[in-house]
Each structure stands twice: as C-alpha cells, then as structure tokens.
Design a protein. Structure first.
Length: 177
C-alpha cells in the first residue's frame, strides 16, 4: 500500500448480500443470551432479615454476618443493596481474593444495583491483617464506584472495612464520601 492510499474492504460476494435465511438456518441459529447473576434477596434468604440501615454501625452489624472464620484468611468484597427507605433489599458477594487483596469490578456492582432497582449501595470488604487504614486502591475503587452509581441515580452511602477483631472503618463516618 502506498502512502496516502485508503484501504477499502473487499466487496461482499453477491451470493451473500441480502440473502434471506432459510428455515433450516433459522432453526439452527443460536439465540442471543445474556448471562444472569444471582442476587440474594433478603426476603429469599431465611437467615437474613430486612433491616433499616440508619448508620455505619447498623450497616456493619448487618454485613458482619457475611464473613465467617475466613475473615482472617481471605479478603472478600460484598455489596449491600438498599431501597429508597434505606431498607436492605439484597446483597451480593462481588469477589474473594487472597490474603492481601481482592478485585472489585465496578461493572458488576452497577449491574447488581440496576438489577435490584436499588436506590442506595453500601460496599464492604475485610482486611485480614486487622489494619483499619485504607489503601490507595481502596480509595480509588470507592471513588470509581461512586461515580458510576451517579449515572444510574443510585447513592453510595458507605464503604466499610471490617477486621477480624470486630473493628471497622467507615468512609461515611470519616467524611470521605
């Protein structure tokens, strides 16, 4: 190809252009599918009751039940979904990582918020080390998710970091949201 020439695609053979599908082709054509993800609705899970979240403490107390003995082994990330009245309508485990980190995909969190028609979201993850200091990665993902939620008119009310010793850090309490 010489300088200044524009590359054009090869012509489509006439036999392919606007050719209607045969009945056999229509039957064998795979339908388009969209992956579905499970949101645990509070009223579907017997061990979880609907709770009005009024503070970081009530959010922490509700979300602490998602972690078991593995709180000091794996870092895990959860999202709590709230209705307009700040009552829990569902939750989802976003990820489970290793000792020092996990990946929280903002697209997944926004999908759960949209699918549940949530008006508010609370994020939570644990630090197996017991360190209540936020990391730069914690701050960046919090801001990224907050910005994404704005596009769907959903509020990020808090991001809570839990530790094995029952301590927690709240972005909202510290004025960081």
């Amino acid at each position: 190809m010489n300088a200044g020439e524009v590359m054009t695609p090869p012509p489509i053979p006439q036999t392919i252009k606007n050719k209607p599908m045969t009945q056999a082709q229509k039957k064998t054509k795979a339908p388009a599918t969209i992956r579905q993800f499970k949101i645990t609705k509070v009223n579907e899970a017997q061990e979880f009751e609907q709770v009005k979240i009024t503070s970081s403490e009530t959010a922490y107390n509700f979300m602490r039940q998602f972690w078991y003995d593995d709180i000091e082994v794996y870092e895990s990330f959860f999202v709590l979904l709230l209705n307009r009245n700040n009552v829990t309508i569902g939750w989802a485990k976003i990820s489970q990582g290793g000792v020092t980190g996990t990946v929280a995909d903002p697209k997944m969190i926004l999908k759960y918020a949209l699918d549940s028609l949530a008006c508010g979201v609370i994020l939570a993850h644990n630090h197996p080390s017991g360190n209540l200091q936020t990391s730069q990665a914690d701050d960046e993902i919090t801001n990224k998710i907050k910005q994404g939620l704005k596009f769907i008119d959903c509020n990020l009310f808090d991001h809570i970091i839990l530790t094995p010793s029952n301590g927690y850090y709240s972005y909202a309490d510290e004025g960081r949201l």
